[in-house]
Design a protein around this ligand. Structure first.
Ligand SMILES: Nc1ncnc2c1ncn2[C@@H]1O[C@H](COP(=O)(O)OP(=O)(O)O)[C@@H](O)[C@H]1O
Ligand SMILES: [Mg+2]
Length: 272
């Protein structure tokens, strides 16, 4: 078997909290192991209620937070100990984040097209302005927008859903292999959520990008996931093929998942 793209091997994260006399240890993530294959793009979903350790997991995968136990390997790199400029750059190109609030991801005073041009120059292959414009337009079209629509616009002039699309376009400019999306639609209108998560399917199928999709939204999770892990209090309580988890839910949380996708609101989920 070939090396996986991403491997989490018994990863843990413990935070120390409180004062000298009341110091507590918070085990945000306990003994988490999974892999993402290198040869086949997939949508791997981490689902769980608030405080279950999802964002801490995302931040460790992104190299923002170091594990206190275990190891993370991405494409031959030790994520917990990236050394040297070349390794850091390779990692930053290959693993791109999408966060919950797109308005925090952009400088409010900078026009979106200029921001994308800068990113294309810095991260992409653009050598001049014309090429930066072409790459920005290409990336925006992959998310259902165009450069003409972004031209001269500031972040606050777009809706949350539109701006999240721009954030995805920006991520695409570095040709990532993996996107880590931490609750990317929880601030987006319910009616637009499915359209955005369906973009992830297109990135998987057409560009071969794997997605780690973090959510507590059961309907979108079921609709786009290949595999699911369910986390509770830092631990995985259920894991497997998304449909298998649904067909034979063992855990109360996965039973809720089943009920949520059986509601009349999401009849397409089961039909697909
Ligand atoms: N920087 C931190 N310092 C102390 N505790 C933290 C920190 N980040 C997260 N935690 C704690 O770790 C647990 C998991 O948090 P988090 O990963 O954000 O969960 P989720 O994203 O599933 O809501 C929570 O109890 C949270 O309070
Ligand atoms: Mg979170």
């Amino acid at each position: 078997m070939s090396e996986p793209l991403l491997r989490l091997d018994h990863v843990s994260k413990t935070f120390a909290r409180g004062g000298f006399f009341s110091r507590r240890r918070i085990e945000a993530v306990k003994d988490l192991s999974f892999t993402i294959a290198a040869d086949k793009a997939e949508i791997f979903t981490i689902i769980g209620e608030s405080g279950s350790g999802k964002s801490t997991t995302a931040r460790m995968i992104l190299g923002i937070e170091r594990p206190t136990g275990g190891s993370l390997q991405f494409d031959g790199l030790d994520v917990g100990a990236l050394n040297g400029h070349a390794d850091r750059m390779r990692f930053m190109h290959a693993v791109q984040p999408i966060f919950q609030n797109p308005f925090e991801a952009f400088n409010p005073l900078k026009q979106l097209d200029r921001y994308l041009f800068l990113t294309a120059r810095r991260f992409g292959a653009a050598r001049d302005q014309a090429e930066a414009e072409r790459l920005a337009d290409e990336a925006l079209r992959k998310v259902g927008l165009s450069l003409a629509e972004a031209k001269g616009r500031f972040p606050h002039e777009l809706s949350g859903g539109q701006l999240q699309r721009v954030a995805i376009a920006r991520a695409l400019l570095s040709n990532p292999k993996l996107i880590v999306a931490d609750e990317p639609v929880s601030m987006v209108d319910a009616s637009l959520r499915m359209a955005i998560v369906n973009l992830f399917k297109a990135l998987r199928d057409e560009l071969g990008i794997s997605i780690i999709y973090i959510t507590h939204d059961l309907a979108t999770a079921y609709s786009i996931s290949d595999r699911i892990i369910i986390m509770q209090k830092g631990e995985v309580v259920e894991a497997g093929d998304a449909r298998a988890v649904l067909a034979a839910p063992q855990h109360p949380y996965s039973r809720q998942l089943r009920e949520a996708v059986l509601t009349p609101d999401s009849p397409r989920a089961l039909a697909s």
